[in-house]
Design a protein around this ligand. Structure first.
Ligand code: FSX
Ligand code: SF4
Ligand code: F3S
Length: 390
């Protein structure tokens, strides 16, 4: 795109966002006594911190820096969008990823500030009262609420393995019902996106991802768990655009899942130089060598972990010295092999029925992926010969 076309496109996008924020402002404020500014200030963040956060979020969504003030404005109206968050079969790590830090980040404060109409982990209501709250929220905000679902959903003969509440509704029933009148639906975490750990072979509970129990479009935000950045970014994207993001073939937003872990990895130079950790704790491990030979699945996994990180941006799996286990890919428990062994010459693309992971974001052919997988294994083997001491 030449610069002039880019400017015109961004100008009109800027106006679209301004109009969207103005529309949202007209909706009733859900938190009369509170504002995001005071929430942030109460936790020791300055206006400058907030604008730094807004700048980083703007860049993460691939928008130019001139959009930063608009991002800050959008956060202020975040309480206008009611959110219903359902828990299905899972470990609650997705919620934990966002909320349970010793020092809350601006992302987690934003999550506190939005209008969470129903969230089982953090709400006080239980039993009948909780069910009533859910029914009430679905009715009151019909067609307006955002549905976020965490966890896999048992279906078929085992549907009742997940039965919740006084009415004894199954998880599938509740998820279907809540999907019916949602303005947008997000599957938060690999369990909700693809079935996750409970769907691993032999999948005794018959768990599936959310998209298999509703015919509505589901945006997948996988990761076990996904980062706080990807969860809040998903929300901010919807706030600003009011439409669904560009998606890859697994319905993951491209702004977050476009590139491979391997493409964003700080150890990539080590990979290219053929410098590999051979055993955990060896000299290479101490020196930050590439973790491919001790099982890193970064070359086959699409996510932005190396850039956005976890725990308020402090670290991510590879930085801690253990490779990526491929947690944002469908069926990774079954298809990514042993966590601390490389896939070697196993043809990764053949583990999926249909498209291979490389075809998702980059739309490269499956054949090329297969060649890449073999090529990576071959590269590691050649490097071992070239660097016998490593
Ligand atoms: Fe799944 Fe989220 Fe992994 Fe856990 O609930 S994506 S098991 S981190 O928490 O759904
Ligand atoms: Fe990083 Fe893993 Fe790729 Fe090595 S194989 S460069 S550790 S992502
Ligand atoms: Fe998961 Fe790999 Fe990121 S294991 S958290 S996708 S580095």
């Amino acid at each position: 795109m030449n610069d002039r076309i880019k400017d015109i496109t961004y100008d009109s996008l800027y106006k679209t966002f301004e109009e969207r924020i103005a529309q949202l402002k007209k909706l009733p404020k859900m938190r009369e006594d509170d504002s995001i500014e005071s929430t942030i200030e109460k936790h020791g963040f300055s206006r400058r911190d907030f604008m730094t956060w807004a700048g980083a979020m703007t860049a993460m969504l691939s928008l130019p820096a001139t959009f930063t003030p608009l991002m800050a404005e959008a956060v202020k109206v975040a309480d206008r969008l009611p959110i219903i968050w359902l828990h299905m079969a899972e470990c609650t790590g997705c919620t934990e990823s966002l909320l349970r830090s010793a020092n809350p980040s601006i992302d987690s404060l934003i999550f506190d500030y939005i209008s969470l109409e129903y969230q089982e982990t953090i709400m006080t209501a239980v039993g009948w009262q909780a069910e009533q709250n859910l029914e009430h929220a679905m009715e009151k905000y019909k067609g307006r609420y955002i549905l976020m679902v965490e966890g896999g959903i048992p279906v078929g003969d085992t549907e009742n393995f997940l039965t919740i509440g006084g009415h004894g509704h199954s998880g599938k029933h509740t998820a279907e019902l809540a999907s019916e009148n949602a303005a947008a639906i997000f599957a938060i975490g690999t369990c909700s996106a693809f079935g996750g750990v409970q769907a691993a072979a032999p999948n005794p509970s018959g768990a599936v991802g959310l998209s298999e129990v509703t015919d509505k479009t589901v945006i997948n935000v996988p990761g076990c768990p996904p980062s706080e950045k990807n969860i809040v970014g998903t929300l901010m994207h919807y706030l600003l655009y009011g439409t669904l993001p560009a998606l890859d073939v697994f319905n993951r937003p491209k702004w977050a899942y476009r590139l491979r872990i391997h493409d964003l990895c700080e150890r990539r130079g080590r990979f290219d130089a053929g410098e590999f950790v051979e055993h955990f704790g060896d000299e290479g491990a101490k020196d930050g060598y590439c973790l491919y030979k001790v099982g890193c699945k970064g070359p086959y996994t699409f996510n932005n972990c190396g850039k956005q990180k976890f725990n308020q941006g402090t670290s991510w799996p590879v930085q801690t010295g253990f490779g990526c286990i491929g947690c944002s890919e469908p069926n990774f428990w079954d298809t990514m092999g042993t966590v601390n062994e490389p896939l070697r010459d196993r043809l990764y693309a053949t583990t999926f029925s249909g498209l291979g992971a490389d075809a998702t974001a980059d739309r490269i052919g499956v054949g090329l992926l297969t060649a890449t997988a073999v090529g990576i294994a071959a590269h590691a083997a050649i490097a071992a010969v070239k660097n016998p001491k490593k």
